[in-house]
Design a protein around this ligand. Structure first.
Ligand code: BES
Ligand code: MN
Ligand code: ZN
Length: 510
């Protein structure tokens, strides 16, 4: 996809389809659309007068006259208009353009749509690239595939003012990196488990490291053993696929730069192990490495945009399968930190590999740690596919995460880490046990992780509900740059914006 910035009115552009926004309230159209309407002999305003165009959010009308084609997309009520809605309708219009096999599409950016040039250019490119995402590499033929693969081939972001060109270019760069990194994470999550093994994931990480100039270390099973990561290893025991621990480092900023650690759960398939899951929804567990995928996407984006901070990304990768050699309920393991864990349920495996990964990274001189994990079904019950649950030991870090959620339009909601939840995971025979019962499942899982982070400001993002969408249509309906089903790539843009904020600080204290 070729994306360019033009200083032009929509009505001045030729050889391209153009996208016009219609609002639900008066004035329905902005000046740029009025000029376009004149070129079409008032066809757009006629449709508006006859109420065929109402301007309802995501409504779509294609108007054609001779060589001029306009995709009129509803922007909803003016007071509800936002960067997120703009990103959304750009996504809808882009998909329509693909359906129409339009070689080129132009969008208004900046003042012409009443938004800041840089932010709207970012959102526009995200809308295009996230909205056009699909995962159909394993389909030899499908309705979608029959639509010519690569339409539209190019997009134009039109700004009204010369002064908007430079910020639009900056926004375009950021939008391209963020959307490509998100789509990369979506691909990793959507890949089936027979392809996306721990080894294959580690190879992908190697590719990112090479392309982005990151330091990478891939620890194999023997090295993980030597590091005393008994909890992590216990998850891998039942699998023929060897576990991997991937550590990536990005060194931006000077010697006093903020050091930010991110940790991602990388279970490439979670059958539950000996505590095996029911088979009905088990195939969704190919996405149990979405935390690791978000980490990899985020560090790639941070490096590509050259943020001035240091980032350490840690990804423990394993399958969780039953076997004669697999961990059994009742087994006791010793973690990297020395704490012992009684495995009550082998399906609570995420917290086992995260215990070791968090313990490992918290020995390093880092200013903040954030983990992303598809940790509990309970968070999905609590918050649905809509909102990521965030647990934090630091009010300051939580505040920055909320702001980053605002920047990225990825929703988060704070969840509690009260002492009572910790009591629920105290072990009978060992220091801890890996389940705290059905009630408060997401909270007891987070309380368990907390035992491995010490004093470093830490936040845990439980993305089990938000990392993929199955049946619920509501996230797509409000944010149609998300897929209708499959991986969302959640976390990549959120963590990027968090890093952008942290890079402006020396530590969370000052
Ligand atoms: N990977 C699952 C959590 C999950 C569930 C992710 C649904 C995405 C969708 C996790 O490893 C798990 O199995 N958690 C158990 C914990 C329980 C055994 C304490 C759960 O949530 O049921
Ligand atoms: Mn599990
Ligand atoms: Zn899992």
């Amino acid at each position: 996809m070729e994306i360019s910035i033009a200083r032009a009115q929509l009505s001045e552009l030729s050889d391209t389809s153009v996208v016009a926004f219609a609002f639900e309230d008066e004035p329905r159209f902005d000046a740029s659309v009025t000029a376009l309407d004149a070129k079409l002999d008032g066809a757009i305003s006629h449709l508006s007068d006859s109420k065929e165009i109402k301007g309802k959010f995501r409504e779509m009308t294609v108007v054609r006259s001779g060589k001029v084609r306009v995709i009129v997309v509803g922007a909803g009520k003016r007071k509800e208009f936002s960067i997120d809605r703009y990103r959304s309708i750009v996504a809808e219009a882009s998909r329509r353009a693909r359906h129409l096999e339009a070689p080129s599409v132009a969008f208004s950016v900046g003042k012409a749509v009443g938004l800041p040039a840089e932010e709207s250019a970012t959102a526009c490119v995200e809308g295009i690239l996230l909205g056009l995402y699909r995962f159909d590499k394993y389909k030899s033929k499908s309705e979608d595939k029959e639509e010519k693969e690569d339409f539209p081939k190019s997009c134009v972001l039109a700004v009204e003012d010369d002064k908007e060109v430079a910020p639009a270019e900056k926004g375009k760069k950021r939008g391209t990196v963020l959307a490509e990194s998100t789509n990369f994470a979506r691909d990793l999550v959507n890949e089936p488990a027979n392809v996306m093994t721990p080894t294959a994931f580690a190879e992908s990480a190697k590719g990112v490291a090479q392309k982005s100039g990151l330091e990478i270390t891939i620890f194999d099973k023997e090295e993980i053993e030597a590091m005393g990561m008994g909890a992590f290893l216990s998850v891998a025991r039942g699998s023929r696929q060897p576990p991997k621990l991937v550590v990536l480092k990005y060194n931006g900023g000077g010697p006093n730069a903020f050091t930010f650690a991110i940790v991602g759960k990388g279970v490439t398939f979670d059958s539950g192990g000996i505590s095996i899951k029911p088979s009905e929804n088990m195939h969704y567990m190919t996405g149990d490495m979405a935390g690791a995928a978000a980490c990899l996407g985020a560090i790639q984006a941070i490096a590509a945009l050259g943020l001035p901070l240091r980032v350490i990304a840690v990804m423990p990768l394993s399958e969780n399968l039953p076997d004669g050699n697999a961990s059994k309920p009742g087994d006791i393991v010793t973690t990297h930190s020395g704490k012992t864990i009684e495995i009550i349920n082998t399906d609570a495996e995420g917290r086992l590999l995260l215990a070791d990964a968090l313990g490992y990274v918290c020995e390093m001189p880092v200013h903040a740690v954030v983990d992303l994990a598809t940790l509990t079904g309970a968070i999905g019950i609590a918050l649905g596919h809509v909102t990521t649950g965030v647990f934090s030991t630091s009010e300051k870090l939580l505040e920055e995460i909320k702001k980053a959620a605002n920047d990225s339009d990825e929703r988060v909601w704070p969840m509690p880490l009260y002492k009572e939840y910790t009591l629920q995971v105290k072990g009978a025979l060992a220091d801890l046990k890996n389940t705290g019962g059905r009630y408060g499942g997401a909270c007891t899982a987070a309380a368990f992780l907390k035992e491995f982070v010490g004093e470093i400001p830490w936040a845990h993002l439980d993305i089990a509900g938000t990392s993929s969408i199955e049946s619920d249509k509501t996230p797509f309906e409000e944010h149609p740059y998300l897929p209708k089903s499959g991986a969302t790539g959640v976390g990549v843009r959120l963590v990027y914006y968090l890093a952008e904020r942290l890079s402006r600080m020396k530590s969370l204290e000052g």
